[in-house]
Design a protein around this ligand. Structure first.
Ligand code: ADP
Ligand code: MG
Length: 387
């Protein structure tokens, strides 16, 4: 094995007791400079870095650790790490006794909600010193969110796939019911000797059955139409054009409900790559939801924004708003708060936006209104991503 190189600094430190005052002063300055360099390096790290002992006493924390844990700078009465992150000591207890590194995931709520991966590495034991540990904190909030979203969308698509299969299968018995009901109806007309009142009651029942069968049929085809996943057929698209088309299509319904629509900032919008028909579906669903949430006199403002790498369209209504407890279920299939709702509109919007590499954000205040913001990648940005 190669001999460990010693620096001139280390060689000087070895004979520190023989040094004169000026050399010592120079040495102290060099040490301070080196310490300063390391501090600067540690402070530009994205990861939080801490040195603690087994009592949780914090001997060192870099800038990122201060930020992540909300530690105050140079606090003489600094709390221990165990106080800053309640529950951490218990979770790390076995590791604090062993010499093996461990990893934990923490959900921090202060100073802001973050998910953090903590990696604890024990230092080699030093004689006559309490055991010390290096702790590395990585902010994995974004990563975690992406995973959660992926799991959620996988969960939804498996439910949807299953439901689509069932819905499809229901088509055949419904067909058969329709045919047999028609047969019964015809036979009934030919039957002689039947009391007139009985005949009327029977044909009424048959009509109710037929109506229910066609209602079921409607629900199923509605559902299949909404969920049939088709990859977007992307082409250069002017959002303004599609929006204008949909607004004129919905004009009648909006006017009947006494709702005015204002469109802002559409002039300078660049082209985006999108599937025109799917976009129409997105706009239609959002405008319909906004209209349904508002009373006569309500106003829908559709505002466009253009940024370096994305284009946004915000649909702001001053309707009923969404209750916080409903917010989490907004995109769930079949979640509806309307007596005759299907609860598929928002799921379809989300699915289409994802297929376009876009995002959807919702902000809402009960009693005040809702803003749904769509974000599309700029065309050049998409191309860059593909390369
Ligand atoms: P549906 O409209 O059939 O209920 P959606 O998936 O379109 O199904 O919407 C689901 C639910 O989300 C609605 O029932 C409603 O409670 C809520 N919602 C969606 N958009 C809005 C909005 N703009 N304002 C208030 N609530 C909304
Ligand atoms: Mg809807």
């Amino acid at each position: 094995m190669a001999a460990k190189k010693t620096t001139s600094l280390e060689r000087m430190l070895e004979r520190v007791e023989t040094l004169d005052a000026p050399t010592l002063a120079g040495l102290a300055q060099r040490l301070a400079r080196e310490r300063g360099l390391f501090e600067r390096v540690f402070n530009v790290l994205q990861e939080g870095l801490l040195v603690v002992d087994s009592d949780g006493e914090i001997a060192y924390a870099n800038a990122a650790a201060h930020r992540l844990l909300g530690l105050k700078p140079d606090d003489a009465t600094a709390p221990t790490l165990w106080r800053v992150v309640p529950g951490l000591r218990a979770s790390l207890a076995p590791a604090l006794e062993s010499a093996n590194p461990v990893t934990r995931e923490l959900a921090l709520s202060y100073p802001e909600p973050r998910t953090v991966r903590l990696h604890l590495v024990p230092f080699e034991a030093e004689a006559a010193r309490p055991r010390r540990f290096a702790i590395i904190l990585s902010d994995i909030t974004r990563e975690k969110l992406d995973t959660d979203q992926r799991i959620e969308s996988e969960r939804v698509s498996s439910i949807v796939l299953l439901a689509a299969g069932v819905a499809h299968e229901l088509g055949n018995p419904l067909n058969s019911l329709t045919i047999h009901l028609q047969v019964v109806e015809r036979r009934l007309k030919k039957l002689r000797g039947l009391d007139k009142k009985d005949a009327a009651a029977l044909s009424d029942s048959i009509r109710v059955c037929s109506d229910e069968v066609s209602r079921l049929d409607g629900i199923i085809s509605n559902f299949l139409g909404a969920i049939r996943p088709s990859p977007p057929d992307l082409a250069d698209t002017l959002l303004t054009e599609v929006l204008t088309e949909i607004l004129s299509f919905q004009q009648r319904e909006l006017a009947d409900r006494g709702i005015t629509v204002e469109v802002e900032g559409m002039d300078a919008l660049p082209l985006v790559l999108a599937d025109r028909n799917q976009l129409k579906q997105v706009f239609f669903n959002l405008i319909k939801n906004a209209a349904e949430a508002m009373a006569p006199g309500g106003q829908l403002v559709i505002r466009a924004g253009c940024y370096d790498d994305h284009v946004t369209l915000a649909f702001a209504d001053n309707g009923s708003g969404i209750k916080p407890e409903d917010m989490a279920r907004l995109f769930e299939p079949y979640h509806t708060t309307k007596p005759a709702g299907h609860g598929l509109g928002m799921m379809v919007v989300q699915r289409i936006m994802r297929a376009h590499g876009g995002l959807i954000g919702v902000e809402s205040k009960t009693g005040q209104g809702t803003v749904v913001t769509l974000q599309f990648p700029q065309k050049h940005r998409r191309v860059k991503l593909l390369q």
